[in-house]
Write a protein that binds this ligand. Sequence first.
Ligand code: DGL
Length: 279
Amino acid sequence: MQLPSLTAPLGIFDSGVGGLSVLRAIRAQMPHENLLYFADQGHVPYGSRSLEEVRHFSEAITHFLLGQGAKLIVVACNTASAAALHYLRKTFPDIPFIGMEPAIKPAAEHTNSGVVGVLATPATFQGKLYASVVERFAKDVDVLQDTCQGLVEEIERGALEADSTRKILVAALRPMLDKGLDTVVLGCTHYPFVIPLIEEIVGESVRVIDPAPAVARQVERRLDALNLRQREEIQGEVQIFTSGEKAALESIIPKLREKIYLIQEVKWESGKPEIKGVS
Ligand code: DGL
């Protein structure tokens, strides 16, 4: 296989804006890397879909990002990682993949009360990945779960502080607090955008774990090991693709306190994404 150039971008994807929490961490860790971000907003949310369907989207998006020259793929979505990470590694054996898994290990290591709460989508909880992480690292810990139904949709519309968003989080977290929760694991990449609200509900004594910085460090280690780091000391560029509407995404990104990058619409044609206007 031909080696990719060091200036080739990293490909990052999620069902929507959630993976921008991972992009932000990667950018802070490696500002010189060029980044491609694919938001599959035409299909968001992934969490209530079947694992097969999410696997199909993930494979098609990976093809698309590789077609755009990506040198490594970050599956910046717990749901897609649960559904497809193993399959993607098998299907594209020459491509390095970094995925997400709920940060149960650090949570289990640091909890004092022995009660840990995981917020993730139904599909993530159904996947083998989640079961294996709990089995390996949390045998002696009480792991509580909640799917926060509707929270991804609220974040997709930029409603980070809305009453409807607060209600979902209160309903998830109060029962956990009653059982002695002292650590919350964010098992969905959308949820770091509501950390201030979560912290307000759970209070200072509860630790909230966002795995994005650890994932960014893992991406860096993998690039170093493969000798694929961009070496030029220039600011990397970010290009975003959405299968939703560009104007809608442009209006939401500032609400997430993210920068507007170059955004291009793609459409799903015969089961795969294609850049609009290019035939
Ligand atoms: N951000 C995603 C995750 O980490 C997907 C959420 C969804 O589309 O349901 O699970």
